[in-house]
Design a binder for this molecule. Structure first.
Ligand code: 6PG
Length: 249
């Protein structure tokens, strides 16, 4: 069952997100000595990323024990303005005492996007010490929502939405005329916590479709993310929640 928390605005949502991430990190590190997170791209998470580089959140997390992965990235150089790696480095990781060895970027500079995906699959196998068809279990996968209902790089009509075997794929996104590299639904759904951040009235229709519409992941891919043995938490602001039924506004 999805948990929904509504905030007045993006700033409050960002504080709520920083709190959820810090709490998840503290619990994972206390229980298993490590916290694994798959971060999201886009604009919505930026204020939360900046907060994690500041007190009180900065000091609460033992960054030596944090491993950062990406839920998806664009097929561009890591220095490109469109790169999710660059965005997360600039807004958060460059300000944190996190060892560079703990930062697992997708090697998007490789000319063949399919190779980027298979290379990242190997990274996951190695770092999570996976056997055969085992899935990595992230402590937290941070997710966004596009106005078209996409999440990560799972776009409407994409076969990636129905991927059941691979951990990482490289779909051609016709809506963008671009290659993307993305973790797949089995990986997202094996997480202990899938945390969606959604802000702005331009997301209101998509959010209503995800949370209150029929289950149609081809049309609303974000619906495919439902951890089998984990929590699904939506942090939204009032503008994004304006079309939802029975939400205290
Ligand atoms: C990306 C993200 C993508 C993002 C949504 C929402 O690579 O851009 O993974 O799925 O979360 O597009 O983006 P905004 O937060 O910018 O609205």
């Amino acid at each position: 069952m999805a948990e929904l928390k509504t905030f007045d605005d993006l700033d409050e949502l960002a504080r709520g997100a920083a709190e959820e991430i810090a709490k998840s990190a503290e619990e994972a590190i206390a229980a298993r000595g490590r916290f694994t997170i798959a971060v999201s791209g886009g604009n919505t998470p930026k204020p939360a990323y900046r907060l994690l580089g500041q007190e009180p959140w900065l000091g609460r997390i033992d960054w030596d024990r944090v491993d950062v992965f990406w839920g998806d990235d664009r097929h561009v150089e890591p220095t490109h303005p469109e790169s999710n790696f660059r965005m997360v480095m600039d807004t958060m990781l460059s300000r944190l005492p996190i060892p560079f060895a703990n930062v697992y970027r997708m090697r998007t500079e490789m000319p063949d996007a399919k190779r980027v995906a298979s290379d990242y699959e190997r990274t996951l196998h190695d770092d999570f010490d996976l056997e055969g068809a085992e899935l990595p279990r992230f402590d937290l996968v941070l997710m966004g929502l596009g106005a078209d209902g996409h999440t990560a790089s799972l776009f409407p009509g994409s076969e990636a939405v129905h991927e059941r075997r691979r951990l990482v794929v490289a779909p051609w996104v016709k809506q963008l005329s671009a290659w993307r590299i993305t973790l797949t639904p089995p990986v997202f759904n094996n997480a202990a916590l899938a945390l969606f951040l959604v802000s702005g009235e331009e997301k209101a229709e998509a959010l209503k479709a995800v949370l209150e519409g029929d289950f149609e992941p081809d049309r609303v891919p974000a619906q495919i993310v439902r951890p089998e043995d984990g929590r699904l938490v939506w942090l939204v602001d009032r503008a994004a929640a304006r079309c939802l039924r029975d939400v205290d506004r």
